[in-house]
Design a protein around this ligand. Structure first.
Ligand SMILES: [Zn+2]
Length: 118
């Protein structure tokens, strides 16, 4: 389950980001996961929830934005939502010429709490 190692990576990233900004904690972290990225967003969210315990993002609000891929049909030109990489055009059953979005896996934003005691 590579969602687990991705979650570890995100926590590591959040940790070094927090240190570089002199933050004491991370209050919110927002991530984007595309449905064609090969990452199971639910499994990832679950892994993150488990691994975040006692980590820098333990008390953070974790937001996962699920992005859907859109295919553009080569034959009839329509745009359609894709659940899987192999989805065909619902109109003419051609494979899409172009796939827009759905590959996302990134940290969109992070809100940190600064140590203002000094
Ligand atoms: Zn088509």
């Amino acid at each position: 389950m590579h969602e687990l190692s991705l979650a570890e990576e995100v926590i590591r990233l959040a940790g070094s980001e927090a240190i570089s900004r002199n933050a004491i904690s991370v209050s919110e972290i927002t991530l984007e996961v595309g449905n064609l990225s090969g990452i199971d967003a639910d499994a990832f969210e679950f892994a993150l929830a488990i691994l975040s315990e006692n980590s820098i993002i333990d008390k953070s609000g974790i937001k996962i934005i699920r992005k859907k891929g859109t295919g553009i049909c080569h034959s009839c030109g329509i745009e359609f939502e894709m659940e899987h990489r192999i989805d065909e055009c619902p109109g003419c059953h051609s494979l899409p010429e172009e796939i827009k979005g759905g590959n996302e896996f990134r940290v969109v934003s992070m809100v940190v709490e600064l140590d203002d005691s000094n």
